[in-house]
Design a protein around this ligand. Sequence first.
Ligand code: 5GP
Length: 184
Amino acid sequence: MSGNNDGVIVILSSPSGAGKTTLVNQISKKNNFQISISHTTRKPRSNEINGKDYYFITEEEFENLIKSDQMIEYEQYGDFYYGTSREELSNDSSIIILDLEVNGATKLLGENHNFKGIFIDIDDYELIKRLKNRGHDESFIKKRMKLANLQREKKELYQYHVDNEDIKTSVNQILDIIYELEES
Ligand code: 5GP
């Protein structure tokens, strides 16, 4: 790897809609962990802040970061680039948390044992219910379910699995895993 961090680097992934963002927010509220801020070329949503949720940059800027080898991993997800810079992983935090889609995550998990992966999932019934509640139509939901099943095929590459049936329980499970990793 190439960041200089000696601490624990924890990667969280999940099928889209399984509640990962809420979990990451809850975890970061309660603790002093460093949450890695990714770069992306997608536009900010109304509640998002540049430099806090993401570094929002142009495609040209992103491609320059790739060319100059400043990204430790990146992926194209949908129509946009998402990636983690080496700089994000190079500070002294004992715990750094990365929220990554499955392809970028499993590349890092395969490359280096310092990265620990937690795969968050929920059952299909609950996933469909959440996607419906977000106002998505039948055809979008079908596509997302297909994608979720592809993402689940890589689940075994993650060392830990959490079923997000209840947010409070899941937050505690994730924290237990992180504390255990920190001590080991
Ligand atoms: P969103 O657009 O909803 O914020 O994120 C879309 C997906 O991109 C999520 O699954 C999220 O985990 C993933 N993602 C965010 N940052 C990165 C990154 O730096 N690298 C990779 N590989 N995926 C990321």
